[in-house]
Design a protein around this ligand. Structure first.
Ligand code: GAR
Length: 204
């Protein structure tokens, strides 16, 4: 499996997918190549973005399958056909089962809009606003069997401003995501992210 052969998984708008595709186009993913978009919502805007970028898409409805495991088995078959070595979750709103985790252990990463372990799960931005924190941010982490619990690769903070709404805070968090994710995906694609138990190091 080659680290440089990337599949991006997304369920919604796909603005992070677009930022990654643009980074590849501009030569900012190093040797990284986005070979495939996987989406569990064929009607999601991200599917159109893949078409526009000329990136092949695997669009499947989980409810068309008898189980989550059979849905993921279909995905794994396609990933293996394309020799994918790195899975990049970018707003993919489902938990991964062992069917996908086992063959791709240590090769799946996610981006989450908070400073984990604070505000895991859904609506991290709303959770941070409701809690009243002054600082939140973005985390890129390896995916394990839990909900946003895998080893942290990188974090950036974003200040919560007085009067912030979910929309205004999300906008600033997104801008940080568009910078951070391509940088880390590049390091992963180049095999520069080392993992030792829960500790990660990015080599220069
Ligand atoms: C991103 O902000 C990402 O951090 C978040 O979903 C958004 C997707 O936006 N992911 C999670 O909350 C994962 N728990 P996008 O579809 O425009 O890239």
């Amino acid at each position: 499996m080659q680290w440089s052969r990337i599949a991006v998984f997304a369920s919604g708008q796909g603005s992070n997918f677009a930022a990654l595709a643009e980074a590849e186009r501009a030569g900012r993913l190093g040797g990284g190549r986005i070979e495939l978009l996987v989406s569990d919502r064929p009607e999601a805007p991200v599917a159109k973005r893949a078409e526009e970028a000329g990136i092949p898409a695997l669009l499947l409805r989980p409810k068309d399958f008898a189980s989550r495991e059979l849905y993921e088995a279909e995905i794994v078959a396609e990933l293996q056909r394309r020799n994918i070595g790195l899975i990049v979750l970018a707003g993919y709103m489902r938990l991964i089962t062992p069917v996908l985790l086992a063959p791709y252990a240590g090769r799946i990463v996610n981006i989450h809009p908070s400073l984990l372990p604070a505000f895991a799960g859904k609506d991290a931005i709303g959770q941070a606003l409701d809690y009243g924190v002054k600082l939140t941010g973005v985390t890129v982490h390896f995916v394990d069997g839990g909900m946003d619990t895998g080893p942290v690769i990188a974090q950036r903070s974003v200040a919560v401003e007085p009067g912030d709404s979910a929309e205004s805070l999300a906008e600033r968090i997104h801008q940080v995501e568009y910078e951070l994710y391509p940088e880390i995906v590049r390091a992963l694609a180049e095999g520069r992210v080392m993992l030792d138990e829960r500790k990660t190091v990015i080599r220069e």
